[in-house]
Structure formats: C-alpha cells, structure tokens
Write a protein that binds this ligand. Structure first.
Ligand code: ATP
Ligand code: MG
Length: 564
C-alpha cells in the first residue's frame, strides 16, 4: 500500500532556533522539527510527524504484549474517587493527583496509574482459578501534576503510558508473569533501538527481582544509576548495598579529647588534622515520633530517601530544636553513639564491628577518639543509608562503580497481594476454597520513549530515528528544478507502491538548502535526493546516521531501499 506523504501538504513548520524554554536536546529538536507543540506546562499536542512516531512505538509495544498473551483493554482515564480512597492513594498521591468534581459535587480524578481499577475489573470478570492467570494492558493517557514538568514530553503532566497488570493465584505464577514481561520489555526496547539497562529498583532486603527499572542512559535523564564497568551489575543508586564486614583490629581504649569550637565535621577534621572519613557523623532523625541516631562516616551524606524506604511505613523527618528540650542525653553537635543508651542507633555497614572512630563525646566542645563499634557502642540496625558515590565498590565484584544519568522508560513490579487485599480479590481455588490473587504491575512510558529515543540518537543536525520508529522509511528531496521534482515524485510513488513509507519534499519555492536541512532535522533513516544528476535519472542516497552517500539509478534505489 502506497504511503506517500507530500511535504507540501504536511502540516509541519520547522524552526531554525531552539525554543527559549527548552533545556534538553529532545525538547529542542522535537519542537524544532515540528513533532510536538506545547499547550501548557507538561501538556503537549502531537503534530502529524510526532503522532506517527508515537504510534510506531505503540505498535511495537502492542505486538510484544500480545505475543506474551496479554490482552488489551481500555479503562477510563476519568475515575471515581472511591477505589483510590479505598487504597489510600487519594490522599497519598498528594499534589500529584488531578482531582475534580462533577456537576453534582462528586469527587473524581484523572488516573495517574490504574492498579485499583484493574483489580476491580478482574474481581468482576474472574471468579475461578480457571480464569487465571490473566494479563491485561492498555495504552492510555495518564495524568500527574508533576512538580517539574520540564524537558518536553520526557516528563509530561498528561502523557501516554502502557500499563499492564498480571493476576495469578500463586507466587510462582506471579514470578512467571513477571518474567514474561521482563522478556517482552527487552524485546520492545531492542526493537525501538533504545539502549537500556535493567536495574534493581529496591535493595536486596525486599527480595531481589521484586522490582526492576529499565533505564535509558542519557545526559538529560533525571535518574542516576550505578553501573559497574567490570561486571553486569547495574542498580538504581538507592538500591546499591555495601557489604557488612567486621574487622579484626585492636585499638587503644576510647578517650575524650577537648575540641573547642568544632560543631561541624569540617571544623573537627581541620582542628585534629585528620580526614573527615576518620570521623563518625551521627545524624538525629525522627522516625514517627521517636528520635533515632544514624551513624555514617564523616565524609558521607545520609540519603534520607533510602532511610525512609528502609523504615517505611514509618515517616522519617529531621529533628528540630524543640526535640532537644528535656533531652540532656542529646548534646547538639557532639552526639556520640557510646553515650546513647536510650536511642536506637542505625549505622551504615561502613561502621562495621571493629572499626574505630572519632566522634562526639556527648559533652559540649568535646569529642572522643578510638571509639570502636561493637566494643564501645552497639549498632541496633545496619542499613545502607549513605548517598552512593562514584567509585564505591560494586556489591557483586568490588570494582569502583560509575554513576550515570538515565531516563526511566519502564518499570516492572511484583506487587503481591496489596491491592487484592484492599478489594478482596479472591477466586475459587482448586479445593473449592477462595484463594487471594497476587498481582504484578508493569509500565512503559510510551510518550517518554519518543523523547528518550531522540536523546540517544540525535546529532548536531537533528533527529535520527531507527527504521521501526521513524515517521517514514525514506525522505525524498527534490532539489528544486521541475525535472528534479518530477523524478522525486516518481521515485516516491514507486517506493510507496513497493510498500515503503515515504516523505517527499516537493515544496515549490523552497530552497534546496532549506530542504536538506529539514530532511536532516526530521531524521528519517534514509534521504534520497533528486539533484544534480536528475537529468540522467540518477539520485543520491544518503544514510542519515552515517552520512554515507552513493549515486543510484531509480531502479537501483528502489532495489536498495526495499531490500530486507
Ligand atoms: P519518574 O520517577 O520518572 O517520575 P515513576 O517512577 O513515577 O517515574 P511509574 O509510576 O513507574 O513512573 O510509571 C511507569 C512509566 O511511566 C515510567 O517508567 C515512565 O517511563 C513513565 N512516566 C512516569 N511519569 C511520567 C511523566 N510524567 N511523563 C512521561 N512519562 C512518565
Ligand atoms: Mg513519577
């Protein structure tokens, strides 16, 4: 079927200059090449070229989801409050949720993700173990009132997501549904041509593969991940663990030392002439209403997000001056774990049993040295709580980790029975008794993938799509003269008839320079130019990515472009 799009009739207005508000490459290029148009912060129109790319990605996603036996459905985006109230997310989502009222005053929301409604759907449709397992997906518009909807379609407030959900009666079944999704995602991202890494999203504590993210390395990414240059280890920085290893060393007895005016690690280290790493920093936090101390080496920062994950559902907050009232055991700036009998002490595994530290002596202007973990103080819980840094050892092979930026393009998650518990999702089991269903939830940022692909593949001339995703297979450019236009249109028709998707630039009165620049900016994988040698029936074929050029006759060009 011929698919020939004439540029003269295509609604596309390319821009020479970057939009003023654009920070990332994909944002600049997708606007400049006429793929998207901004309506409001994080709200975008997909123009004809952009819609084609978006649809191509959706098609690949659909094919691979169908291939694992997932069934496509379409749930509403406009949803009643009740299911989200039942799960607690009506409140938990806070400002991220778009809430609205209908004419009768009823509360509604625009769906940010659909676990609740899928659970209800399956509860309604599936009653017996024979109805399971089932995997359902949709490609749908999601709404999140993101705090920072920058970066164009990378982070929209309205965006396209493929979300799927698996329903099984056993943990093994869930593991299998998860595996199927993982495999499908790898195929999808490979077909899209997205360079990606699979990283564990949570630390080992929650059970290894229960949640993984698919990250596309890119400078514009908002996620940082740890990547081992030596082995296959890659993890979200929040999931990196440090091995707890006791050390066998003998240290002299702990002793207090006068350290006037040293309320910070920097002042202390400077006064004593030691590196900050020789000191033990004790951060006081409030866990729900209890004061807890967190010990980390003085040169490291506590990652409050990580700490929060470890202690959830308890809420972690920093202490305020009021919390010290009536607590003579807590001397601000001079806290040391050796004097904290009444306080729960959490430490990073770097504060291993046997290690010696300089730390607060629980007296103003005084520190203590040779304070040994396991001898002078006990650690109640060892938790990975420090901010991971470049060069930290790989938990798998010990090599120094690299930290890289990436875009989260997908997320797979073994949810378990959380939502099934909320909605009482049971099916009748083999023994005639009800069985609680276990679920998985799996997302792909379809619109975000457009931007991620643009980020990874663009060059200084513009966008540069892979064949599966490009708005057309070939962009035919007529340099300008009547003869050239005739040849360009003729070859375009023939390529279309041969089954290729063709964009042909036969715009009258547009200079060849502008047409060439536009063809590179728009980024179809092949550019075929009817130019200097059009009179001889010879065209120039250019590979958009490599820049390689060759002269071909019409027949040769068709043979070359239609060859599998
Ligand atoms: P992020 O940390 O980037 O906000 P998330 O963890 O909130 O992502 P999920 O809730 O797991 O994301 O959503 C599934 C997928 O949807 C993500 O992997 C991502 O690709 C995509 N996505 C999430 N938020 C947005 C957004 N605001 N704009 C575009 N795509 C998004
Ligand atoms: Mg988010």
């Amino acid at each position: 079927m011929a698919q020939v799009q004439r540029m003269s009739r295509l609604m596309v207005k390319t821009l020479r200059d970057d939009p003023a508000d654009a920070e990332t490459l994909s944002h600049k290029l997708l606007v400049r090449a006429g793929y998207v148009r901004r309506n409001a912060a994080g709200i975008w129109t997909w123009l004809p070229l952009g819609k084609k790319v978006l649809d191509n990605i959706s098609r690949v996603v659909r094919e691979e989801m169908d291939a694992i036996g997932a069934q496509e459905v379409l749930l509403p985006a406009l949803l009643p409050k009740e299911p989200y109230e039942a799960s607690g997310r009506w409140e938990e989502y806070g400002d991220l949720l778009f809430r609205l009222k209908d004419r009768k005053g009823g509360d509604y929301l625009l769906g940010p993700t659909h676990e609740e409604v899928f659970t209800q759907t399956v509860k309604d449709q599936c009653t017996s173990y024979k109805d399971l397992p089932v995997m359902l997906y949709q490609i749908q518009t999601k709404y999140r009132d993101e705090a920072r909807p920058r970066s164009g379609v990378l982070r929209g407030r309205e965006f396209q997501m493929k979300d799927s959900y698996s329903f099984d009666t056993t943990d093994e079944g869930l593991a299998e549904s998860y595996r199927l999704h993982r495999e499908a995602y790898i195929k999808i991202f490979n077909r899209l041509g997205l360079d990606h890494r699979i990283v564990s999203a949570v630390s080992g504590a929650m059970g290894g593969s229960a949640s993984e993210e698919f990250l596309a390395p890119a400078a514009a990414g908002e996620d940082t991940f740890a990547d081992c240059p030596n082995c296959d280890y890659a993890a979200n920085t929040e999931a990196v663990t440090f091995e707890l290893k006791a050390v066998e060393e003998t240290h002299p007895a702990a002793e207090d030392i006068a350290t006037p005016d040293t309320p910070t690690i920097e002042t202390l280290a400077a006064q004593l002439g030691v590196p900050a790493s020789a000191t033990l920093k004790n951060l006081l936090v409030k866990v729900d209403s209890e004061i807890v101390a967190v010990g980390v080496p003085g040169d490291r920062e506590v990652d409050l997000g990580k700490l929060g994950e470890h202690l959830a559902p308890a809420v972690v907050e920093l202490v305020t001056a009021e919390d010290f009232e009536g607590r003579d055991d807590l001397v601000r700036g001079y806290v040391g774990p050796q004097g904290l009998a009444k306080v729960r002490y959490i430490a990073d595994p770097r504060v291993a049993p046997g290690t010696a530290w300089i730390t607060g002596a629980n007296k103003v202007d005084t520190h203590a040295k040779n304070v040994v973990a396991g001898r002078d103080f006990e650690v109640d819980d060892y938790l990975d709580v420090v901010v991971v840094e470049e060069g930290d050892p790989c938990p798998k092979c010990g090599t120094g980790l690299k930290l890289d930026r990436a875009i989260e393009i997908g997320h797979i998650f073994q949810l378990g029975r959380k939502y099934a518990d909320t909605f009482g999702l049971d099916v009748l089991g083999q023994q005639g008794k009800p069985v609680r269903v276990t679920m998985g939830s799996y997302g792909i940022g379809v619109s975000r993938a457009v931007a991620a692909l643009a980020e990874q593949s663009a060059d200084d001339k513009g966008l540069c799509w892979t064949p599966e995703i490009a708005p057309a297979d070939v962009h035919v450019v007529a340099a300008g003269k009547a003869l050239q236009t005739e040849l360009a249109v003729d070859v375009a028709e023939k390529l279309g008839a041969a089954g290729l998707r063709v964009l042909v630039d036969e715009r009258p009165g547009v200079s060849p320079g502008v047409k060439f620049t536009d063809s590179e900016l728009i980024g179809c994988p092949k550019i075929l130019v009817a130019g200097r040698r059009a009179g001889d029936g010879v065209l120039e074929l250019k590979d958009r990515r490599t820049g390689e050029r060759e002269e071909l006759t019409v027949d040769e060009a068709i043979a070359r472009l239609t060859a599998k």
